[in-house]
Every structure is written in structure tokens, then in C-alpha cells.
Design a binder for this molecule. Structure first.
Ligand code: FAD
Ligand code: PYC
Length: 416
């Protein structure tokens, strides 16, 4: 009998879900693994999944100090796009986009990827020149991109204020039709279930407290559930990357900042696409439940508390009400923050380190949700072969000494 049938659902409901099979096991940590991934966010889980699926490395543990997806993965505004300016970044994010396009089928789990289009608004002649440049660059890289006028925007998004009388009038936008949103929790759960099915141990409530290095090589880690040996350790902890690096006597060029988001009460469907404005500092989409999902620019100070300050909330609300005056009377339900790991060029670090067998995946800052599958895919390659894939070779730590930075502050599209 199909276990998802109505009968099965009824039986589970009447038995208080006692026989409901857990989507992933909850094993005790083993004494050693062929590979350890520290951090059970989307990127860590995707890394473990692709290590098992693409490279046959299945004796793998994912160690998560809290619950999987409880970090930035479950706190973001779920925008997915690949419209970055420079070829190095565009190809990495486009690899991710291609994986998103088959992800629900690959994981056999509905991640609710909805390609409803992403608009990045321009409010000045300089914005519009930058938009044209980025759209042309995207097309040269085979990535779908269009420039749309204010009049076209007004037709496509009737509740957007395109009046020339606005404080920062909307002059046009870039549009990536293949961009959109996905259900963030489902991404973590889908990767977790699929990795577990391939033999990966997902261990929650297990904080890494030390990294053991001997003779310049990683040999294991210390955790709140005892020591675990491994000579292949990938650290994927976003805003905590600097803390983990310190455990191996490394320093990363990363700053940790709060980034806030909000949801409103649910309202009837009114916005069927994603709108971002880096100039007025706000972005918005509407969830399937009807809530407006809204995000802000980063809080400028450094910190590790998963909350931000009131002026940033006020600023983002002003931006959204200016763009969408019709939302001025919608009530907000919740606000929260995540800690984002910002690198000097607003690009990720996917790299080997001076410690053999120790790898870092971080620096995604305000924009790593969209990269979740691609990041896991290239990082698994790096950990499996002790060598970067050509897609992540430009994102090694060496770039901070050679100066070969890939400046994506513009396409990051969130105020830094
Ligand atoms: P996380 O999901 O943070 O996972 C890291 C995990 O490591 C955490 O679960 C943490 O508990 C664990 N950890 C930390 N220290 C330890 C330790 N010592 N031992 C064990 N585990 C540890 N990106 C987009 O592309 N689009 C968006 O719309 C978008 N909006 C955002 C909005 C907000 C408000 C925020 C905060 C971020 C947003 N981002 C967005 C960025 C995106 O969320 C992140 O870049 C991405 O989710 C990072 O995923 P991750 O798996 O690397 O990190
Ligand atoms: O990178 O697209 C993005 C993004 C949107 C909101 C926060 N980051």
C-alpha cells in the first residue's frame, strides 16, 4: 500500500504519528569517519549528499550544533537567481541554478522551487547603465537576462509605484525569468533525507569545539559528544566561520554581520514575482501562504546575536512602502536575524587551507541560499579530490594574497 495514501495519513493521525518513519536517522557519532562536514545548513547537507552521490564517499558525518537548517538556511528570504556580473561568479551561480531546476526530482522531495522571475530595480541613470552592463554580461555567459522599462514594470507588477514623482523613481529593472524562490526548510530536509538514505550520519545537537591538527594535517575534531577522528574535514558554518578557523589557528578575511528579514500577516495573492532594490534597501516576494516576505540590508556592526537593530527595520519598511504604497496598512507578524559571513569582494570562499585535509566553505554573505546545491556540488568535489573544481578555483583563499578578487558588491544587490 502507498504509505502516503489517505488511509495511511488517517492511521498515523489516530496513532499520534507513532509509526511515522523519521525522514533521517539520529545516530550516535562513530569514533571516525572518512569525511566530516561541520555545519548542518543547506550547504553542509548538500556537500554530504554530493560526497556520497557523486564521489562514493558514504562514511560521512554532518555535525550540527543545533538543528539542521536552524542557521541562515532557515532564516533567509529564499531568493534564487544567477545574474552575477563577472564570469567566475556567474558560472558558479548558474551551475547552482541548473541543479535547482532538477532538484525536487533528484532528491525526490518537493523543494517548491518556483521560477516566478526576479526583478532588480534601477533608480538612477547609473543604476540603469550598471543593469545594462550586467544583462549583457549575463547573456554572453548564456544566462537569461532582460532589461525592462518602467512602463513594462508597471504592467507586469500593477502594485509597484512607477510614478516619476516618487522620491527615488523607478527607471527600469533587470529581469531574470528563471530566477525565483524555493522553500528553505524543504531544501535542508530534502538534502538531509537523501544524504541519510546514502548512509550519511546526520548528528544534531553536536557542537564542534576544537579542530585537531598534527604535523600540519587535520586529524580530527573535538565535539560536545566526544572526539571524532577524520583526515578530511569540511567546515560550512556561515557566520561562525571565523570562530572555527581560530580553532585551527587560521584567520579568515570574513566579517560576521546580522541580516534581518520579516513576514507580514497573510493577504490575498497580489505579488507573483520577486522585486529587489539595492538602492532603497529592500526586497520582497509573497509566500504561498500569502505572507509578504521582506528583507533588509545588513546591520553595519559585527556580531553573533541572531537579531538586528530597529533603525534597519524602519529603513527597510520605508523602502517597501515607497515602492508599494498599497502595503502601508499591512501588519507585520515576525522579524528575525541571521549572521552572515561577508568577504571583502562579496564572493564566497570555497577552499583548501594551509592545514592539509581542512577545507572551508564560507563567505556567502547575504546571498548563499541561491547557491546551496552548486556550493555543495563543487565543495564535495574539492573535498573528494583535494583539489578545487574549475568552477570554484577562483574562490580559493589565495585570491586575498594575489589580489585576484571577484568584486560582486553590485550583483549582491543587498546593501553592505
Ligand atoms: P547556515 O544555514 O547558517 O548553516 C551553518 C550551520 O553551522 C548552522 O546550522 C550552525 O548552527 C552550524 N554551526 C555553527 N557553528 C557550529 C559548530 N561549532 N559546530 C557545529 N555546527 C555549527 N541568500 C540568498 O541567496 N537569497 C536570499 O534571499 C537570502 N536572504 C537572506 C536573508 C537573511 C535574513 C539572511 C540571514 C540570509 C539570507 N541569505 C540569502 C543568505 C543565505 O541564507 C546564506 O548564505 C546561506 O543560507 C548559508 O547557508 P549555510 O548552509 O552555509 O549556513
Ligand atoms: O542574494 O538575491 C540575494 C538576496 C536576496 C535577499 C538577500 N539576498
Amino acid at each position: 500500500m502507498n504509505r502516503y495514501s489517505a488511509f495511511s495519513l488517517l492511521r498515523n493521525a489516530l496513532s499520534h504519528n507513532r509509526n511515522w518513519r523519521a525522514a533521517w536517522r539520529s545516530p550516535e557519532p562513530k569514533k571516525s569517519y572518512d569525511a566530516i562536514v561541520v555545519g548542518g545548513g543547506g550547504h553542509g547537507l548538500a556537500t554530504a549528499y554530493y560526497l556520497a552521490k557523486e564521489h562514493g564517499i558514504r562514511n560521512v558525518a554532518v555535525l550540527e550544533k543545533g538543528w539542521i537548517g536552524g542557521g541562515n538556511t532557515g532564516r533567509n528570504t529564499t531568493i534564487v537567481r544567477s545574474n552575477y556580473l563577472w564570469t567566475e561568479a556567474a558560472l558558479l551561480y548558474e551551475k547552482s541554478m541548473q541543479l535547482w531546476e532538477g532538484l525536487s526530482q533528484d532528491l525526490n522531495y518537493n523543494v517548491m522551487f518556483s521560477q516566478r522571475g526576479v526583478y532588480n530595480l534601477g533608480h538612477s541613470l547609473q543604476d540603469m547603465r550598471d543593469i545594462e552592463r550586467r544583462v549583457n554580461a549575463n547573456r554572453l555567459n548564456g544566462i537569461d537576462a532582460e532589461v525592462v522599462s518602467a512602463a513594462e514594470l508597471g504592467k507586469a507588477i500593477p502594485c509597484l509605484n512607477v510614478s516619476p514623482a516618487a522620491r527615488y523613481p523607478v527607471l527600469g529593472a533587470s529581469l531574470q525569468r528563471r530566477g525565483g524562490v524555493a522553500r528553505h526548510d524543504a531544501v535542508a530536509w530534502g538534502f538531509a533525507r537523501a544524504a541519510d538514505a546514502l548512509g550519511v550520519d546526520i548528528i544534531e545537537q553536536c557542537a564542534v569545539t576544537g579542530i585537531d591538527v598534527s604535523g600540519g594535517k587535520a586529524v580530527g575534531i573535538q565535539t560536545t559528544r566526544g572526539p571524532i577522528a577524520s583526515d578530511r574535514i569540511g567546515v560550512v558554518v556561515a557566520g561562525n566561520a571565523g570562530v572555527l578557523a581560530q580553532m585551527a589557528d587560521l584567520r579568515l578575511p570574513i566579517e560576521s554581520h546580522p541580516l534581518q528579514a520579516f513576514v507580514s500577516e497573510p493577504i490575498k495573492p497580489v505579488l507573483d514575482t520577486v522585486v529587489m532594490s539595492g538602492a532603497v534597501h529592500g526586497y520582497i516576494s509573497q509566500s504561498d501562504k500569502g505572507e509578504l516576505v521582506i528583507g533588509a540590508g545588513i546591520d553595519a556592526y559585527n556580531g553573533y546575536g541572531q537579531r538586528g537593530s530597529f533603525p534597519v527595520i524602519e529603513h527597510a519598511m520605508q523602502a517597501i512602502v515607497e515602492l508599494f504604497p498599497v502595503f502601508s496598512r499591512v501588519r507585520m507578524l515576525r522579524v528575525w536575524g541571521g549572521i552572515v559571513d561577508v568577504a571583502p569582494d562579496a564572493c564566497p570562499i570555497l577552499s583548501k587551507t594551509p592545514v592539509a585535509g581542512l577545507y572551508f566553505n564560507c563567505g556567502w554573505g547575504t546571498g548563499g541560499f541561491k547557491a546551496t546545491p552548486g556550493s555543495g556540488w563543487v565543495f564535495a568535489h574539492t573535498m573528494a579530490h583535494d583539489e578545487a573544481h574549475e568552477l570554484n578555483a577562483p574562490f580559493s583563499l589565495e585570491r586575498f594574497s594575489t589580489g585576484a578578487l571577484v568584486d560582486e558588491h553590485g550583483a549582491a544587490a543587498v546593501a553592505h
